[in-house]
Design a protein. Structure first.
Length: 218
């Protein structure tokens, strides 16, 4: 009589193993998001709290022919309007991944122009000192190069901080409302890029256009 050395795996156990393996693969895939070739984390931790990606897209210039940076908005939970984001408690982050060389002076001017376009005269007066401080921060940086990052973090009780390549630059903006005023550049009534706003708000999946040879020349 020949001995049987093969163990027969119960069908239920095998099925459970397959389900678990597939589930693990899907879970890992959920954290590997790319936007225009730039890796975007779907979750980040800020001030000991987990934040989820609300939306991420490309900031275009020159009528959509130049990719400037990939912007990603992180919140404690997903929200789809500027008012909901403003009312949301907890830390928040706007993260920019630079896709081409940028003169920091031009970048600073674009930020200030974007805020002025989206804030009332009363709000501009309220944040006047912060606006000047923001311009000074980027005035200290000669340029921003492809691959570099900018993070704008809002931490309750601390304020808003600017990080370039994960290192804080400048002083903390202690006014807790400044972050909401600042992100109006991207999600306000007159956003800097009309195609980017709905992506950051999570109402449109993507604004990532097909890469062309023409765009790659810039």
């Amino acid at each position: 009589m020949k001995h049987q050395f093969f163990y027969k795996v119960p069908a239920v156990s095998l099925r459970s193993l397959i389900v678990a393996t597939v589930g693990l693969a899907l879970a890992n895939a959920a954290f590997a998001l790319e936007v225009a070739g730039v890796k975007v984390e779907e979750r980040v931790k800020l001030a000991n709290q987990d934040l989820v990606l609300n939306g991420a897209g490309v900031r275009y210039a020159a009528a959509g022919f130049v990719r400037v940076y990939v912007a990603a908005l992180y919140l404690p939970q997903k929200k789809h309007t500027s008012n909901e984001i403003g009312a949301l408690k907890g830390p928040k982050r706007m993260h920019l991944a630079v896709m081409r060389g940028i003169n920091s002076n031009d970048f600073s001017k674009a930020l200030l122009s974007g805020m002025r376009a989206n804030l009332t005269s009363v709000e501009q007066q309220k944040h006047f000192e912060s606006l000047m401080k923001l311009g000074q921060i980027f005035g200290q940086i000669p340029s921003l190069n492809k691959g570099e990052t900018i993070s704008i973090d809002s931490i309750p009780g601390t304020g808003t901080t600017i990080l370039v390549n994960n290192k804080r630059v400048g002083e903390v903006f202690q006014d807790d409302t400044f972050f909401q005023a600042l992100i109006q550049i991207w999600i306000g009534p007159k956003p800097i890029d009309e195609s980017l706003k709905p992506v950051l708000l999570g109402t449109v999946a993507s604004n990532d256009n097909t890469v062309t040879t023409t765009r790659d020349r810039f």
